[in-house]
Design a protein around this ligand. Structure first.
Ligand code: PLP
Length: 419
C-alpha cells in the first residue's frame, strides 16, 4: 500500500515538476532586499511565463496592426490571432461557441458590462439582486449602482465563520422578485470554493440567471461553464498569467442576443445612419472601440501554457501546498486564520495576535516575501470577522513547499522582533 502511494506521488511529481515550471517565469529569479523573492501575492496578480512575454513582444515586433479593419496582411494576421485567442478562451472554460466569449479589460469590466446592460433591460423598482457577503467589491458595487438606478434592492447571502456560504438561506431569499444571482466561484480572502453548480440549480428553479465571478478560480481549478450551467462568467487575464488590461466575459447566447450594448462606438455596429444605428451580432456588439488585441493574444498564450501543464495537475500541486500551509499556520501560536472552508483554493488570510497586518507585511517584505495586507477589496468579509484587515498569502502554480517554510520562518522573525 505504502509503495503504491509512493509510486503514485512520484508519477505525479514527474508529471508536474514545479522546479521546472519555475524556470518558465523569469521574475522568480529576482532578489528583493537581497533575498530570493517569495511571491505570495498571486490573488492580486500573477507572474508571467516567458512564452506570454514572447507572444507580446513578437506581436509588437512583427505583426502589430489594428484588427477587424484593415485589408492588409498585418491587420489580417492580428485579427486572426485575436479570434484564435477567443477560441482558446472558449476551450478553457468549455463554452459552447466562440461567439459566447466577449473580451473585456478584466473581471471588473465584465461584471460592469452585465450589471449595466442587464439592469437597463430587465431591472425595475421592487426587483432584487442577490450577491454574497464574501464578494470582492467588483461584484457588489456594480450591482449597488444598478439597483440605485432602477429602484431594485440588493440582498446578501451570509457565510459562516468557517467560510462556507449559508446556502440554505439562498432557498429562503430567492423569490419571484429576484432578477439576478451574482456569486464568486472562489473567495479572494478566504479561498472558499463556493458550490456554484448547486446555486445555479436553485436559481434556475426560479428562472433566475446567475453570474459567476471566476477571477480567483480560473487560475487554480478547471472552470466549465457547461457543467456549472451559469448564464455569465467573468475572469481576468492578469490573474491567469497573461497581461493586465484583458479579461473575458462568457454569456449564454440567448442573453447576449437580447441584452443591449454596454458602450457605443466603432466595431460594435452593423450600420450607422444619422437617424439610427443597427448593432453587430455578439460578441462584437459588446466590444466597442479598438480592443486590447495584444492583451487577448497574451491571454491565449497564457491559457495554452496552463492547459499545457494541465489544470488538474495544477490543482493537485496546489492541494499539496494548501495542506502544508494549513498544517504550518495551524501550528503557529497566536495566529488566527480566517476561514477553513470545506473546499478551498490556496488563498490564506490571517492575523498575528497583537500585531497590525500592515507591520507584518512590511517586515515580511524586507525578507523578500511578498504578501498583501488590508481589506483585499472585500470590506464585508472584514466586517464579518470584526477586523480592519488581514495578511493574505495567495499561492500559484509555481510556488513550493520550501517557500511556505520561508514564510513561516519570516513570521517567527516578525514575532521575535515585536516580542
Ligand atoms: N473578483 C474577485 C474575486 C477578485 O479577486 C478580483 C481581484 O482581485 C476581482 C473580482 C477584480 O478583478 P480585476 O481587478 O482584475 O478586474
Amino acid at each position: 500500500m505504502v509503495l503504491a502511494a509512493e509510486i503514485g506521488q512520484l508519477r505525479w511529481m514527474v508529471m508536474f515538476d514545479v522546479y521546472k515550471v519555475r524556470e518558465d517565469f523569469p521574475i522568480l529569479c529576482t532578489d528583493v532586499h537581497g533575498r530570493p523573492l517569495v511571491y505570495f501575492d498571486n490573488a492580486a496578480t500573477s507572474q508571467k511565463p516567458q512564452c506570454v512575454i514572447d507572444a507580446v513582444i513578437d506581436h509588437y515586433a512583427q505583426h502589430n496592426s489594428n484588427i477587424h479593419r484593415g485589408v492588409h496582411q498585418l491587420s489580417e494576421r492580428c485579427s486572426a490571432a485575436y479570434e484564435a485567442a477567443r477560441s482558446k478562451v472558449r476551450g478553457f472554460i468549455n463554452a459552447p461557441r466562440d461567439e459566447d466569449v466577449i473580451f473585456t479589460s478584466g473581471t471588473t469590466d465584465s461584471i460592469n458590462l452585465v450589471a449595466q446592460s442587464f439592469s437597463s433591460a430587465y431591472l425595475r423598482k421592487g426587483d432584487e439582486v442577490i450577491v454574497t457577503e464574501m464578494e470582492h467589491h467588483s461584484n457588489i458595487v456594480p450591482w449597488q449602482m444598478a439597483c440605485e438606478r432602477s429602484g431594485a434592492s440588493l440582498r446578501t447571502i451570509p457565510f459562516d465563520d468557517q467560510g462556507d456560504l449559508e446556502l440554505h438561506l439562498l432557498k429562503e431569499m430567492i423569490s419571484d422578485d429576484t432578477r439576478m444571482l451574482a456569486v464568486s466561484h472562489v473567495s479572494n480572502v478566504l479561498g472558499s470554493v463556493n458550490p456554484v453548480k448547486e446555486m445555479v440549480s436553485v436559481a434556475h428553479g426560479h428562472g433566475v440567471p446567475v453570474l459567476v465571478d471566476a477571477a480567483q478560480s480560473a487560475p487554480h481549478i478547471p472552470v466549465d461553464v457547461k457543467d456549472i450551467d451559469c448564464d455569465f462568467l467573468a475572469f481576468s487575464g492578469h490573474k491567469v498569467h497573461a497581461e493586465t488590461g484583458i479579461g473575458a466575459l462568457y454569456g449564454k447566447s440567448e442573453w447576449l442576443q437580447e441584452m443591449p450594448p454596454y458602450q457605443g462606438g466603432g466595431g460594435m455596429v452593423a450600420n450607422v445612419k444619422v437617424g439610427g444605428t443597427t448593432y453587430a451580432e455578439p460578441p462584437l456588439k459588446f466590444e466597442a472601440g479598438t480592443p486590447n488585441y495584444i492583451g487577448a493574444i497574451s491571454l491565449g498564450a497564457a491559457l495554452d501554457y496552463m492547459t499545457g501543464l494541465g489544470m488538474n495537475e495544477i490543482a493537485a500541486h496546489e492541494e499539496r501546498l494548501t495542506e502544508h500551509m494549513l498544517e504550518s499556520l495551524g501550528r503557529f501560536e497566536g495566529l488566527t486564520l480566517y476561514g477553513d472552508a470545506t473546499l478551498r483554493c490556496p488563498v490564506f488570510s490571517f492575523n498575528l495576535e497583537g500585531l497590525h497586518h500592515y507591520d507584518v507585511g512590511r517586515i515580511l517584505d524586507k525578507m523578500g516575501i511578498a504578501v498583501r495586507t488590508g481589506t483585499h477589496c472585500a470590506e464585508p468579509v472584514m466586517d464579518h470577522y470584526g477586523v480592519t484587515g488581514t495578511v493574505r498569502a495567495s499561492l500559484a502554480l509555481y510556488n513550493t513547499i520550501e517557500e511556505i517554510d520561508v514564510l513561516l520562518e519570516g513570521l517567527e522573525r516578525v514575532r521575535s522582533i515585536f516580542a
